[in-house]
Design a protein around this ligand. Sequence first.
Ligand SMILES: Nc1ncnc2c1ncn2[C@@H]1O[C@H](COP(=O)(O)OP(=O)(O)O)[C@@H](O)[C@H]1O
Ligand SMILES: [Mg+2]
Length: 335
Amino acid sequence: MMSTDSSARAEQPVVLADGLAKAYGEVRALQGVSFSIPAGSVVGFLGPNGAGKTTAIKILTGSLAADAGRASICGYDVERDAQAARASIGYLPENNPLYPEMRVDRFLRFAWEAQRTDGQSETREQAIERVVEATGLAMVFRRAIGNCSKGYRQRVGFAQALLHDPPLLILDEPTNGLDPLQVVEIRELIRQLGRTKTVLLTTHVLPEVEALADRVVLIHQGRKVADDSLDRLSAAGEGRLIQLSVQAPPAALEAVLQGFGAEIVQLRPGAFGSADSTRALLRVERFDAAQLAALSQAVQEAGLALLELAPHAGGLESLFQGLDRHAPVGEEAVQ
Ligand SMILES: Nc1ncnc2c1ncn2[C@@H]1O[C@H](COP(=O)(O)OP(=O)(O)O)[C@@H](O)[C@H]1O
Ligand SMILES: [Mg+2]
């Protein structure tokens, strides 16, 4: 039975998030976010500050319980199989909390002990040698963390995340607060690590995903608004994207569009400052008058008032930049 179990796990996505929701009092930080990440990809979790990225990351890493939905890592449920799920993740938290007075070598020994699990194939010193090599820490190995540059401190955080050689790395804003040269170096490190590991990294800046990710999950105000390969999102300006807004909730528009056979790239509430309207971005096979006419007819036959139907220039940048300008009303403002 063991082999059946492990081969079933091998086919599981590395990350599976299904309908994750979380509120902090009145603030609905996550409102039903689902995505899955196959092995071997580098996924950028992109969204403006306050979008809910860190909240989602905390749920995936088991440091926060979701109000609704479920998540698994390599097939292990983050709540029911918390230990196995956590053992599959190397986690670099936002703002990389470290002990400034502790030496790098001592911190790594301490972190290894804290993370130790059964069945590790390496000794502590072997693991430390491997991560020091992988992150280029040899120069500062015996230095106090507080006396290292911010770039090196970030490397210490990476080294800590790699200690038990997990298949998945979760990096929360890994280059935030670094100077431009350090950003280049840390991105190069992430690129190297991405050759052998699945990586989920969050960022609030577009260039970061463009530099590193092959796929983007775009979130805004606690909802996923786009999920596609970077190539497809960036090359979306091939003239086959349509922006469509209706006076109806998202579910009503979604039902019409499913019947129509258009691919929904983005679907979110609140077009033109009206809370009960929806704006969708669609990818269509053909882009011509007949297509537009058919869409307009389908929407109207379903009894939805059409607010907008136009070609969309596309591109990840315009998707991302468009978020704040059309913030839905009646929800928490983005900080
Ligand atoms: N511990 C908390 N208590 C109250 N509100 C919180 C807490 N953590 C996050 N929030 C709020 O939840 C929303 C999402 O935050 P967060 O997940 O940190 O977003 P991001 O990482 O995308 O910037 C924001 O409005 C934020 O202010
Ligand atoms: Mg955050």
